[in-house]
Design a binder for this molecule. Structure first.
Ligand code: ZN
Length: 844
């Protein structure tokens, strides 16, 4: 093979004829991939993985070839360069890896059934058919698929089917597209269809294990999202249809295959008569995210995987832009503030984190790029920052141009900045480069020094960090005109503080709206001024204040002991996001107490004190006609009340359980998990455990199943913990896609030792089962999220350090070791002061 690692430089495909014969019974795939393209050299390489290649011809003549899984290649010797048609005969096993072509399993009326689907991103199209499997290698595709078809089964793909002949289904030629976006699926499907006002057919597909009404919500959101994007992008949806398909086995959340988007069932289907508002918001944003990609990612695709952020950051911002436009009453940007913003700020503060833009070549490293806190959340915050700077008119005009220039082709980040720069007249690229290419973010300190208001930026770290002198072009968004729009220096003096304060009439603030990716450290003068006017702040500003203080405490720039006395001041808020951040800070105090200690009692008392009035106000059960904020606040409060272990509260939940024990799935979805968890933890029995685990096995309701998966691990009974871990590897009970949530749940409760023993003992099984999957490293991340003692840190190092050179795991192991070590050090340094502050606050 040539030195190049990009096969596209050797052979540039223009058209594929792919024939596939898929047999579920024998678990075999065979077929022929016929590729017309331009050979740039005589020695070329075509991707394959896990295949047996039986013959290769070039323009009808047999040519010499070899293939191996190490380079994931078929190496072919041609006799000439230039226009060439290759025909490659292959066979491959049909495996349960959730990558390539794979089966999903489910039960219908007690009968075990299969649905075949695909997942090709990032580098698994090469497991389905030989191809140049790189985003830049765009081509048109004719798919022809045969399978062991049963009466009544349906097959769908990116494009409409044009004919069936001798059991072979032929699909219309695709537009020019990347291989990782090809998709198809077949099985016993139900569907609901509609049409957008521009004539695009929209459909939702699912197995018949679901009620038909579960498809309605997604159909409505998908239709309106496409209509929104056609208008916002000023670019028509490029294909005749947009299918949304729920797959029972699915590794990621969803996948934006062009014209055939695939989803986890939990992210597409919902019961319109009993679903929490928060779940509806999540499903809607996932659908809007994938549909944003139909243009941004599918129509225009990143040139190489180093610009993956371009796809994901953008879709992650647009999911909020779209849902905010079609459901303005939801205030969906508030969810951005409690979800993406803190996730990005937390992860991005650890030294060693990746920058948003990363150079990458190896396929295993490509999958490790999907660091959701960085590529999705931080990237989205960067684009939110751009949107705030240039405004929606310039954003839309720039995008329209970007799509018109690069459609059916590829682009880089620089191309996007150029388009947005031309539309806005701002040098967007210069501002964004500092955010894109550098890891981390600044803390901007604001101080009154000798009567002057000054600001200073420096990289913010949680834990040890090497100060590399990084600087950012910071959009300050101050409420004082004296502050520059973009702060690019390390220091600035804004003027005489007393005069500025007098002229403005309000406390000095930075990052108003919390749209820029930095945190603020106010000195005591400025902070006390803000706190004295706390009631003037809107919900996002209050959230931001607590969030920034929490981060500063995690970074040991202030003490958690200073934050604790402030918490009661936020406890009466009716804002869901203020309550979310309030109890998020409170939950962070749990690491400072030992189980069963007097300090833990005090902390539980604090939770009770904070939540008492809200529990009385909201009650356990949803009420008709209540506000979105109340619907979203209640679960936060119930969770706090359960931690507080207030007898009356626990008894009230127990009574609701008892009254509904014949129909637990029918409990109001928004509070069901707390009622179940209370029952398992405080009133549990082996019989209840078996009943819930049995419900879990039988139910096709993803949200009820998620509730059971959250509730059962709270059991204090070690025999039941053992029983639970005993089914971790039983795919008929817990699907591999859902295992991580169970593992995390047990690890975070009384079963911690057992769960930690399981993952260490059965690591090889885990690697064999989900190791090929981009979610694999998150098993390490969730472990890290729980550990906070020196003993666990030592065990974590002993287990993971020997694995540090495993491709794709290196960064995560390094990062996570540092994260736990930092937390252990913080607990050591602060626990006495924090626990004293909790005791004092409870007394006051
Ligand atoms: Zn995406």
């Amino acid at each position: 093979m040539a030195e190049s690692t990009h096969f596209y430089e050797l052979f540039q495909p223009s058209h594929y004829n792919v024939f596939l014969d898929i047999n579920r019974a024998t678990k075999q795939i065979s077929g022929t991939s016929t590729i017309t393209g331009d050979a740039k050299e005589t020695g070329i390489a075509i991707h394959q993985k896990y295949m047996t290649i039986s013959a290769v011809t070039a323009d009808g003549q047999a040519v010499p070839f070899t293939f191996d899984d190490e380079t994931e290649a078929i190496h072919i010797e041609l006799t000439k360069t230039g226009e060439t048609t290759l025909a490659i005969d292959f066979s491959a096993p049909l495996t349960d890896s959730m990558m390539g072509i794979y089966p999903s399993y489910y039960e219908l009326n007690g009968e075990k059934k299969q649905l075949i689907g695909t997942q090709f991103e990032t580098t698994a199209a090469r497991q389905a058919f030989p191809c140049v499997d790189e985003p830049e290698a765009k081509a048109t595709f004719d798919l022809a698929i045969k399978f062991d078809e049963q009466p009544g089964e349906t097959i769908i793909s990116n494009m409409p089917e044009v004919k069936t002949e001798n059991g072979v289904h032929y699909f219309d030629t695709t537009v020019r597209m990347s291989s990782y976006l090809i998709a198809f699926a077949f099985g016993d499907l139900q569907s609901k269809l509609t049409t957008t006002k521009s004539g695009v057919q929209v459909g939702v597909f699912a197995t018949k294990a679901h009620q038909a009404k579960e498809l309605d919500f997604a159909l409505d959101i998908a239709k309106r999202s496409i209509e929104f994007y056609e208008d916002f992008y000023q670019t028509p949806y490029p294909l005749p249809h947009s299918w949304q398909l729920a797959l029972p086995d699915f590794s990621a959340g969803a996948m934006e295959n062009w014209g055939l988007v695939t989803y986890r069932e939990a992210y597409l289907l919902l019961d319109p008569d009993n679903t929490a508002f928060e779940t509806k918001q999540r499903v809607a944003t996932v659908i809007a995210h994938e549909l944003a990609h139909q243009w941004f990612g599918d129509l225009v695709t990143m040139k190489w995987w180093d610009d993956l952020w371009l796809n994901e950051s953008f879709a992650n911002m647009m999911e909020y832009v779209a849902i905010d436009a079609i459901e303005p009453d939801w205030h969906i940007w508030e969810a951005f503030q409690t979800g993406e913003a803190p996730m990005a700020l937390q992860r991005d503060a650890t030294d060693g984190v990746q920058s948003v833009h990363v150079q990458v070549e190896d396929p295993a490293e490509i999958d490790a790029l999907f660091d959701s806190a960085i590529v999705y959340a931080k990237g989205a915050r960067m684009l939110v920052m751009v949107r705030a700077l240039i405004g929606d008119d310039a954003l839309r005009a720039g995008l329209k141009n970007y799509f018109a220039t690069h459609h059916y082709g590829n682009a880089t980040g620089a191309d996007l900045w150029a388009a947005l720069g031309a539309a806005s007249g701002m040098d967007v690229g210069a501002i964004m480069t500092s955010w894109l290419e550098q890891p981390g973010y600044p803390v901007v300190s604001a101080q009154v020094v000798d009567g002057k208001l000054t600001i200073h930026q420096q990289q913010f770290f949680i834990g040890d960090g090497k100060d590399a002198g990084r600087q950012w072009q910071v959009p300050l968004n101050s409420n004082y005109d004296a502050a520059p729009a973009i702060f690019a220096d390390t220091d600035a003096t804004l003027g005489d503080y007393a005069e500025l304060r007098q002229a403005s009439g309000e406390p000095f603030r930075l990052n108003v709206g919390n749209n820029s990716h930095f945190i603020v450290k106010y000195d005591d003068t400025l902070l006390q001024d803000i706190l004295a006017h706390l009631d003037d702040l809107d919900a996002i500003a209050q959230l931001q204040l607590l969030q920034d203080l929490r981060l500063l405490a995690e970074g040991q720039q202030i003490s958690y002991a200073d934050i604790v006395p402030l918490l009661p001041r936020f406890a009466a808020s009716h804002s869901a996001i203020v309550n979310d951040v309030l109890y998020g800070v409170a939950a962070n105090l749990k690491k400072f107490v030992k189980e069963g200690s007097a300090e833990e009692q005090q902390l539980r008392a604090l939770f009770g004190q904070l939540s008492g009035d809200q529990i009385a106000r909201l009650g356990w059960l949803p009420r008709a006609g209540e506000s979105n904020d109340d619907q979203l606040t209640r679960p936060t409060i119930l969770s706090a009340a359960l931690y507080a272990k207030d007898d009356a509260t626990l008894q009230a939940a127990h009574d609701i359980f008892t009254a509904n024990q014949d129909n637990l799935a029918g409990l109001p979805a928004a509070v069901r998990v707390y009622i179940l968890a209370n029952e398992v933890e405080n009133f549990g029995s082996a019989a209840l455990f078996d009943q819930l685990l049995n419900d879990y096995r039988k139910s096709s309701d993803a949200s009820y199943k998620a509730d059971i998966a959250a509730a059962l691990p709270t059991t204090p009974d070690s025999d039941l913990v053992a029983k639970l871990i005993g089914v971790f590897e039983d795919a008929d009970t817990i699907k591999p896609q859902d295992l991580r949530a169970w593992y995390r749940g047990v690890l975070a409760h009384k079963g911690q030792q057992a769960a930690w023993d399981w993952i260490r003992n059965d690591w090889q099984w885990l690697e064999d089962t989900v190791g090929g999957d981009m979610e694999f490293t998150t098993y390490i991340t969730v472990t890290t999220g729980v550990f906070h003692t020196p003993e666990r840190l030592a065990e974590f190092k002993a287990f993971f350090e020997p694995k540090i050179n495993t491709p794709g795991l290196t960064r995560e192991i390094n990062m996570d070791t540092k994260v736990i070590a930092t937390r252990v050090a913080l607990v050591e340094a602060e626990k006495d002061a924090v626990n004293a502050a909790v005791a004092q606050t409870v007394k006051d």
